[in-house]
Design a protein around this ligand. Structure first.
Ligand SMILES: [Fe+2]
Length: 266
């Protein structure tokens, strides 16, 4: 049994959906795939992409990213009487995953592994030393595209909420090795130095150390993450951290990447 990983499918871009569809049917029938978030803000497209993956893999694990929780168009529009919140969207995604047989909760892979999805958000101050202070709403879409209940009105409150959502899942059945995954970045060392970043504000909207505490509490030594669209594979304090994003078409073109490439984790 093999376990593969990928993140940041962004199938609202047609070439990205084509890349997902280009994965061959057959060779992965006995494999597990772990998808570390940012499938698509459109549920119909997300369903299409996840359906393609469910057809190709024995099982698929998923954790949502920030784009998956977008519920607003970003354009000024008359508000519905009871507008959908980003937490409603999380539930809608859970129902969609359930219909497709995709797991958003922990579960076994083969006889040895336990796959642990970790929800999260990004926290102010995470890796932001030296990062410029700017009005993020002008550079970053989440504030205009997500809609949160009053209790989750700040990034910090959202981080705390997702952290408590993970808590019951941290107990691993005896005898199994843990492969954890999150959309967001669990440690600031997993972001390149500021000089090398095109988007200098990235560290401010990247992750939270709460994820690192939780994955270590669960005994994970192998963690897949996403969100920054920067491929990564490094061991820090005994844990291997891996990122393999599909990323945006223009990013693939810039990097000279031709097609979708999954990372083999196990
Ligand atoms: Fe993201």
């Amino acid at each position: 049994m093999r376990i593969f990983g990928i993140s940041d499918l962004h199938v609202d871009f047609a070439p990205n959906l084509e890349q997902v569809a280009s994965l061959p049917v057959g060779p992965h029938r006995a494999d597990t795939l772990v998808v570390a978030g940012d499938i698509c803000h459109r549920l119909d497209r997300a369903e299409e992409a996840l359906g393609l993956l469910a057809d190709r893999f024995e099982q698929v694990f998923l954790v949502p990213g920030n784009h998956d929780l977008w519920v607003k168009s970003g354009e000024p529009a008359p508000e519905a009487a009871e507008p959908e919140s980003s937490l409603d969207r999380l539930e809608a995604l859970r129902r969609l995953a359930g219909r497709l047989g995709i797991r958003m909760e922990p579960g076994p892979a083969g006889t040895d592994w336990w796959v642990l999805p970790l929800h999260g958000w990004y926290e102010p101050g995470f890796g932001a030393e030296g990062a410029p202070e700017v009005d993020m709403s002008r550079h970053w879409s989440d504030p205009n595209r997500c809609r949160w209940p009053p209790e989750q009105s700040t990034d910090e409150a959202r981080c705390a909420w997702f952290e408590q959502l993970n808590r019951p899942a941290l107990r691993t059945p005896p005898g199994r090795r843990v492969l954890s995954f999150s959309h967001f970045v669990p440690r600031p060392e997993l972001i390149p130095p500021l000089e090398g970043l095109r988007f200098k504000e990235l560290p401010r909207v990247s992750g939270t150390l709460r994820l690192d505490r939780q994955l270590r509490a669960a005994g994970s030594r192998l963690h897949l993450f996403g969100h920054t669209h920067i491929a990564w594979d490094a061991v820090i304090d005994g844990v291997r951290y891996v990122q393999r994003p599909l990323a945006y078409p223009h990013e693939r073109a810039r990097r000279g990447e031709t097609g979708i490439e999954l990372v083999r984790l196990v």
